[in-house]
Design a protein around this ligand. Structure first.
Ligand code: NDP
Length: 245
């Protein structure tokens, strides 16, 4: 199987930003989508938009920190479409802050969303992919795993963990599965600065508005990895704005 048409693709964090752009990009190319996120109104709006444009999508309320929610996402793919070809682990939070602010809830949320959330996705999809003898994990990392910039220490650490886990998974995946890390740089989404303290948020939003690339650029990178033939595994794609140092 190659290309995107007909593939059953689950995406976490599909209610806005990169996840929403990936859903739209893949739906336009004939994928059948199972979309997960926590905000029901925003998720429904994405599903409705795709459906109105002739695509195929269904929404599932998912908090990636909960094991059972990831299982519900993959179960929905099998119940509705008979299989799952790709899991895009994209859900994330960029509530960055200096260590002195001691925003421990934000630290916990980044660890839970990026690390536990990714592991929950592996646990939900891997047995299914093994039974099918095919499947593709696509994980959204960050250039923060390549270059640490203050005050992004905790965020960068969790994205570094995602990078390491993805490589470990790739090494164990065997000849039937594919594992891809897509590492975006500054991307113009509502998530930039969201949940951060006012000063950090203002600085990030100013920088975003000056240099960020559109989320469609990341969506295209995700699509490129997915559309390769079964035996071709794209390991990592780093995509950043030219203006990002
Ligand atoms: P957004 O805030 O627009 O998107 C984040 C998505 O994740 C939302 O759909 C949100 O939905 C979802 N989400 C957050 N927490 C959870 C959770 N616990 N369970 C399920 N869904 C969750 O930001 P982006 O699109 O920018 O971020 C997407 C990914 O891209 C993240 O992993 C981020 O770290 C990464 N990234 C972003 C960059 C950027 O510059 N924008 C750069 C590099 C990487 P809801 O709240 O409805 O659950």
């Amino acid at each position: 199987m190659s290309g995107i048409r007909g593939k059953v693709i689950a995406i976490t964090g599909a209610s806005s930003g990169i996840g929403e752009a990936a859903a739209v990009h893949l739906a336009e190319r004939g994928a059948r989508l199972v979309l997960g996120a926590r905000r029901e109104d925003r998720l429904t709006a994405v599903v409705d938009r795709i459906t109105a444009e002739g695509g195929t999508a269904t929404g599932v309320l998912v908090d990636v920190t909960r094991r059972q929610d990831l299982r519900r996402l993959t179960d929905t793919a099998v119940e509705r479409f008979g299989r799952l070809d790709v899991l895009v682990s994209n859900a994330g939070t960029m509530a960055v802050s200096p260590f002195d602010d001691l925003r421990q809830d934000d630290w916990d949320a980044m660890v839970a969303t990026h690390i536990t959330g990714f592991l929950n996705g592996i646990a939900a999809a891997l047995p299914l992919f093994r039974r099918q003898r095919s499947g593709h994990f696509v994980t959204i990392g960050s250039t923060a795993a390549h270059t640490v910039r203050s005050p992004q220490g905790v965020y960068a650490a969790t994205k570094t963990a995602v990078k390491v886990l993805t490589e470990g998974l790739r090494q164990e995946s065997g000849p039937d599965l594919r594992v891809t890390l897509v590492s975006p740089g500054f991307t113009h989404t509502e998530g930039v600065g969201k949940g951060a303290g006012p000063a950090v948020a203002a600085a990030l939003i100013e920088q975003r508005d000056a240099i960020a690339m559109p989320p469609s650029a990341v969506a295209a990178a995700i699509g490129f990895a997915i559309e390769q033939p079964d035996g071709v595994d794209v390991g990592e794609i780093v995509v950043r704005p030219t203006a990002q140092s």
